[in-house]
Design a protein around this ligand. Structure first.
Ligand SMILES: C[S@@+](CC[C@H](N)C(=O)[O-])C[C@H]1O[C@@H](n2cnc3c(N)ncnc32)[C@H](O)[C@@H]1O
Length: 226
């Protein structure tokens, strides 16, 4: 099995040699909230955000090693010192390696919809996994999501919309900053319909934070937000 790698502008570590949860504040000290992108592909969006917000902190997760390497090269070429890239599987990282509730914003764009039923356990927004993704968000944190897979988009809208800790808006039309990722640019060119969602964590202290459909099948209870 390939090791899970954690990369900064100057260093690269094997996750197995780092503390758990990952000591983000030691790796990249600062007082700004984090933005996270899951499945960053070639890194267009994440690195673009890091370049325009040098005071912000950015963390990306990508399963495909060749895209991770490409983004790592770009990060280093651009001298971006405010980014952590992780080459690994998102659900594994969310359940065992990342701290809870550290992100101000989470982005998930055009995730693989895994339409075959035997692959559904890999989906980020099933009732069993949605709380792991939402567990990244600080109170009042925001999640941005887009997909061209309309059936999957409808399911995600329903799952997020019925979460007691979220307020969800379905966005009509493109983002104000234009297409964010390579897939979005390609699909906009092709005039494909795209589902875009924005969710904000609006729970108050003491509110129920587990999705009602999750029941006993939650992947990791320890990921619930503080
Ligand atoms: C369809 S591509 C979209 C890439 C990029 N977000 C975009 O919109 O251009 C989906 C990406 O998610 C990555 N991915 C799929 N499953 C993943 C997982 N479980 N953990 C991390 N990355 C994953 C894939 O390797 C791929 O780069």
């Amino acid at each position: 099995m390939k090791p899970t790698l954690v990369s900064l502008s100057q260093d690269e570590f094997d996750l197995a040699h780092l503390a758990a949860p990952l000591p983000l504040e030691e790796l990249l000290p600062g007082d700004r909230p984090w933005e996270v992108e899951i499945g960053f592909g070639k890194g267009r969006f994440l690195l673009g955000r890091a370049a325009v917000e040098p005071g912000g902190r950015f963390l990306g997760i990508e399963l495909a090693r060749k895209y991770y390497r490409l983004a790592q090269k770009r990060m280093r070429r651009q001298g971006l010192e405010n980014v952590i890239l992780i080459a690994g599987e998102a659900l594994y990282l969310l359940s065992v390696a990342l701290p809870a509730a550290f992100a101000g914003v989470v982005h998930v764009y055009f995730p693989d919809p895994w339409p075959k039923s035997r692959h559904q356990k890999r989906r980020l927004f099933d009732p069993e996994s949605v709380d792991l993704v939402l567990g990244l968000l600080q109170p009042a944190g925001r999640l941005f999501f887009a997909t061209d897979h309309l059936e999957y988009g409808g399911m995600v809208a329903e799952i997020l919309g019925s979460h007691p800790a979220l307020t969800v808006k379905s966005r009509q039309g493109p983002w104000e900053d234009g297409p964010r990722t390579n897939y979005e640019a390609k699909y906009e060119n092709e005039k494909r319909p795209i589902v875009r969602l924005e969710a904000i964590r609006t729970d108050k202290a003491g509110d129920e934070l587990i999705h009602p459909l999750t029941g006993r099948s939650l992947h990791a209870a320890s990921r619930l937000p503080d």
